[in-house]
Design a binder for this molecule. Structure first.
Ligand SMILES: Cc1cc2nc3c(=O)[nH]c(=O)nc-3n(C[C@H](O)[C@H](O)[C@H](O)COP(=O)(O)OP(=O)(O)OC[C@H]3O[C@@H](n4cnc5c(N)ncnc54)[C@H](O)[C@@H]3O)c2cc1C
Length: 291
């Protein structure tokens, strides 16, 4: 008789071997990070017997490093630990804002941004923020490792680009310059514990008053979070004045392909995403200007 099983390996190679053995035997596995999606889904979505592979005991997945060049957030790092890291908060206020929106204080004690990313919900809050910040996935593979930009990691609703036998070790970010700042805003019908009707992550880099680089990503308005290149192009070379923000908002509106559901109609979501884009950009601009 088949049943649930739980294993908590301590090395990457052990995880990879477990994944490989299960692929060969045909028994299902699921990686377990904070479990805040897994626990809900095993009751309501997928009750199939399978082996949970807990990745919280690996040294690599517990790595939270802010270096001179690179920032690394391991896949077992819960949102609460990110919030306690003062330097990370200064460097990536937008990403931390997004992680801070995931669930309640209790949920954040466990929930990881990598779990949020792997779960691949269109409304996952950290995903647009990670895309805006230019994060890259560090994926453990049977042959070593591979890197993939976050915007290419989610491939559909609940689907990510991990192949059988792979798992996410963490996300890597380039340490931003002092004049680069991000922001994340979402809109929900309720003030607490609801998923986004729309979300926008932005990052801008200024040279004096001028915008020299930008990234804009939208969430909950398509089957996956989208990088909106047209929005960034509307910003670069401007002082991020109202006219530029308006154009970026319109680009987000044009890129959005939302559904209508109980949280809002498609037309409503399109309007909201443009407003959120303008507001998030104004926040990021003011942060970059030190206001
Ligand atoms: C009450 C409540 C409120 C919530 N509110 C929000 C919210 O406001 N916004 C939001 O975006 N989400 C919300 N969530 C969803 C959830 O908390 C987040 O998606 C969370 O970030 C998931 O992280 P986790 O570490 O718990 O992932 P887990 O539940 O452990 O895993 C999630 C999925 O990713 C896979 N996975 C996890 N880590 C890896 C890895 N390293 N490699 C490969 N696959 C992996 C798992 O197999 C699973 O399929 C909420 C959940 C609850 C219960």
């Amino acid at each position: 008789m088949s049943a649930y099983a739980y294993v908590a390996p301590t090395s990457i190679s052990e995880v990879l071997t477990l994944l490989d053995d299960h692929v060969r035997s045909g028994r299902g596995t699921q990686i377990l990070a904070g479990g805040t999606d897994v626990m809900v889904q095993m009751r309501s979505v997928n009750r199939e017997p399978r082996t949970f592979i807990d990745i919280k005991r690996l040294e690599e997945t517990n790595r939270l490093h802010v270096g001179a060049e690179e920032v690394y957030i391991g896949s077992a790092i819960p949102s609460a630990r990110m919030q306690e890291h003062a330097e990370l908060k200064t460097l990536y206020p937008g990403l931390l804002e997004a992680a801070d929106l995931i669930g309640s204080t209790q949920v954040q004690g466990r929930a990881t941004i990598c779990g949020n990313l792997c779960n691949a919900s269109p409304a996952g809050d950290s995903i647009p923020a990670l895309i805006a910040a230019g994060a890259v996935c560090d994926i453990a593979t049977p042959d070593g490792s591979r890197e993939l930009a976050v915007e290419d990691f989610v491939v559909g609703v609940g689907q990510n680009a991990l192949a059988d036998g792979e798992f996410l070790l963490g996300v890597m970010l380039r340490r931003p310059q002092a004049s680069t700042k991000d922001a994340y805003l979402r809109f929900t019908p309720r003030t607490e514990m609801d998923i986004a009707v729309a979300g926008v992550g932005v990052s801008v880099t200024l040279d004096g008053p001028n915008c020299i680089a930008a990234r804009v990503a939208i969430g909950a308005v398509a089957t996956k979070a989208l990088l909106v290149v047209d929005a960034a192009e509307a910003l670069i070379g401007t002082t991020l004045d109202d006219a530029a923000l308006q154009l970026a908002g319109m680009a987000c509106q044009a890129a959005a392909q939302p559904i209508s559901d109980k949280r809002g109609s498609a037309g409503y979501r399109k309007k909201v995403v443009a407003v959120l884009c303008r507001r998030a950009l104004a926040i990021a601009r003011d942060r970059a200007l030190g206001r």
